[in-house]
Write a protein that binds this ligand. Sequence first.
Ligand code: KG4
Ligand code: ZN
Length: 327
Amino acid sequence: MSAIRFNTILAVESSCDETAVAVCSGGKILSNMIASQHVHAVWGGVVPEIAAREHLRALMPTFLEALKQSKLTIDQINAFAYTNEPGLVGCLLVGQCFCEALSVAYDKPLVSVNHTRAHVFSNFIDEPYPDFPFLCMSVSGGHTQIILTESPHTFTVVGQTVDDAAGEAFDKIGKMIGLPYPAGKSVDELAQTGNPDAFRFPHPKVAGFDFSFSGLKTAVLYFLQDQSKRQPQFIQQYRADICASVRKVIIDILMNTFARAQQRYPEATIGICGGVGANTLLRREFEQFARDRGKYPFMPPAQYCTDNAAMVATMAYWQYARPSCPS
Ligand code: KG4
Ligand code: ZN
């Protein structure tokens, strides 16, 4: 909690492979720039050292463009915000050092925000805003959590993955069938024309409201190896059916676990966020789930699901600027 108050925030997000800068004033996003690092595709995953160097290269031009598009001058910015955790350490440090330098040079406050919580606040970028308590499933390439947010400063992790993240499962299984990194969106697209009941994969048994995806990944790997031995063209021939079946089981795992958590907190508003929040099946299923319970389905537009700095600026705004926020 803090007694600090400021209205216009410039935020930097650099936790993984997007270099992002946004300006938020009075809770409204004035600019939102993202430089995505496509360089990792050839490696089949993010290479931390390369990612950190790419942030160094991209951050200054992204910052200048975000400031220009906001139509503000640096003097009109009241504070700087950055993502401090979780993420790739070298990448986080680039954003932190950049914002620390701005803070010292312009003598303005500096705040840090947690990345998974910032994803939750992607649901607060545009109205309508969720009321608190807000039960939100934050599903990305690096994390999978159900978070109960009771105020902009009060968070409880109700459940989380015990191994891989859901997006990681999409990416790794996509890689097995020859899709470029990050594969989640391509799996989602290919799944549209496939049969979700073509192949059955196991659901993990996990206690409480936690998730597990590594068993599914291994099961799909063995299944593909086995089928390809008998039929070398298996993957090419059944790619859409594999995608549809994998997408179904991942979304079932997410929704079943979220449904159990929701029963525990029936009064809370509900939402999803994070890169996998852009998944078209998850969005459909979540919307139906909410409607069946007479609730509004909070989910950010796809551009705010994947990593961005608008969510970082918005979280900082709700924590330190919004008139009703606790101090
Ligand atoms: O939130 P995000 O940009 O970065 C992290 O914080 O990890 O999420 C990226 C993840 C990747 O694993 C990507 O494959 C996945 O989100 N993703 C999707 C879709 N769009 C992005 N997964 C499934 N369906 C999608 N449409
Ligand atoms: Zn993220």
